[in-house]
Design a protein around this ligand. Structure first.
Ligand code: NAD
Length: 417
């Protein structure tokens, strides 16, 4: 039997710490410590060789009291029900911490997209969308990209459900291409949000970002755009990694040149000539002022945490730090900015995309970025104030801000019947 705690166990541990501090009622604790509804679907997909393969997918709503379920769709071989449940719960807190009118949801399909042709990926996306279509809609559940899913997959998803409804449904997924009703500024919004939060933390800690050594784990949507925007703020990106391994250059890595290199190198950074190779494990332990884990969950654990000592650890990924690593990092004086705050820029601009889709009126990129900056700065201030007031780390503070807002919404709405 596998006794290793799951991401869901971790999400519950973090929830319980904040719920204890807030002293919320037992019935709310039970409600928020559970999901609202869960779909597991085993669905058929026609493959290029004519065979039919069965895939397993999930869509979970954790809570919808503040608005429609909002959350990405992940394609990965390690997707499990418990992982999707945890990601859905974190979405509830993330939307609440930046105070946007959404609940929390998440979806995933167990698959290795690198082993699927483009046609197979499209077939799988369209069938998965159809399987969960009853739940999806601008007022019910609004998916977005996550690991291994992108704007193209969102366009297929939107098109499938629009065909079922007989008209275009722009507001039912976010992270779409701009031409299909996406928002300007969405593609880099999560990384831009990471850089805004790091800038706020640096200001608070008195750290000059000019030349600040920065390490980024992951070079997908979040990692790439975090690195680009942190470099724009003056940070020196000394280490980056992706699934092919890490690279290190103490003099700094030109992120834009690396992006172009990866584009010509099957999407990976391996063998980049302007840097040394380094393992993903060693990368996390590099001496630096800023560390941004932006790949997958459970990268920083009680095993490696004693050797991870940046000044600022800004969680670009969801759940990169296990709960038993948190006290070690805190003891070492690491300023840990939790995922639900650090990477909330993506869902914030998703909210802007939803609003624009409902109105059929589209904003300029500068307007999107200015509103994003305001939301992220206000959210950082609210979480930092909560941390000071209760003498807790930022993770517990962010959860307290979020859980308090969700719990109060439930109290105000009351219980039907
Ligand atoms: P992505 O698929 O675009 O990129 C993932 C990156 O991680 C890739 O560069 C991949 O090579 C790398 N990677 C995979 N396994 C790795 C490993 N073992 N070591 C190092 N790198 C590895 O995914 P993404 O959208 O950038 O998402 C990354 C994380 O950020 C996830 O936790 C996701 O839930 C979270 N997130 C994403 C968004 C968004 O807008 N895309 C928003 C909020 C949070």
């Amino acid at each position: 039997m596998d006794l290793k705690p799951s991401a869901w166990d971790f999400a519950l541990q973090q929830f319980n710490i904040a719920a204890d501090k807030l002293g919320i009622e037992n019935h709310l604790r039970k409600r928020l410590g559970n999901t609202k509804r869960e779909i597991t679907t085993h669905f058929p997909v026609r493959m290029d060789d004519g065979s039919v393969r069965i895939f397993t997918g999930y869509r979970i709503h954790h809570n919808t009291v503040r608005g429609p379920a909002k959350g990405g769709i992940r394609y990965h071989p390690n997707v499990t029900l418990d992982e999707v449940k945890a990601l859905a719960m974190w979405m509830t807190w993330k939307c609440a911490v930046v105070d946007i009118p959404f609940g929390g949801g998440k979806g995933g399909v167990v698959c290795d997209p690198a082993k699927l042709s483009r046609q197979e990926l499209e077939n799988m996306t369209r069938r998965y969308a159809t399987e969960i279509a009853d739940w999806i809609g601008p007022e019910g559940d609004i998916p977005a990209p996550d690991v291994n899913t992108d704007a193209q997959i969102m366009a297929w998803f939107m098109d499938t459900i629009s065909v079922h409804h007989g008209h275009i449904e722009r507001a039912l997924v976010t992270g779409k291409p701009v031409l299909t009703g996406g928002s300007r500024g969405r593609v880099d919004a999560t990384g831009r949000g990471v850089s805004i939060i790091v800038a706020q933390a640096a200001k608070f800690l008195g750290l000059d970002l000019n030349g600040a050594r920065t390490v980024v784990q992951g070079f997908g949507n979040v990692g790439l755009w975090s690195a680009v925007h942190l470099q724009e703020l003056g940070c020196k990106i000394v280490g980056i990694s992706d699934v092919s391994g890490g690279i290190f250059n103490p003099k700094g890595i030109d992120v834009i040149a690396l992006k172009e290199y990866a584009r010509q190198n099957n999407g990976v950074i391996e063998h980049y000539p302007e840097a040394e190779a380094i393992s993903n494990e060693d990368l996390l332990e590099l001496p630096c002022e800023i560390l941004v884990p932006a790949a997958l969950e459970e990268q920083i654990t009680d095993k490696n945490a004693p050797r991870i000592k940046p000044l600022i650890l800004a969680e670009g990924a969801n759940g990169p730090t296990t709960p038993n690593a948190d006290p070690i990092l805190l003891d070492n004086g690491v300023f840990v900015i939790p995922d639900i705050l650090t990477n909330a820029g993506g869902v914030t601009v998703s909210y802007f995309e939803w609003v624009q889709g409902l109105e059929g009126y589209y904003w300029k990129e500068d307007e999107v970025n200015a509103r994003l900056t305001q939301t992220m700065e206000e959210s950082f201030a609210a979480v930092n104030a909560m941390a000071k007031k209760h003498c807790v780390g930022l993770r517990t503070a962010a959860n307290m801000v979020a859980i308090d807002r969700v719990a109060e919404t439930i109290r105000l709405r009351g219980l039907y019947p």
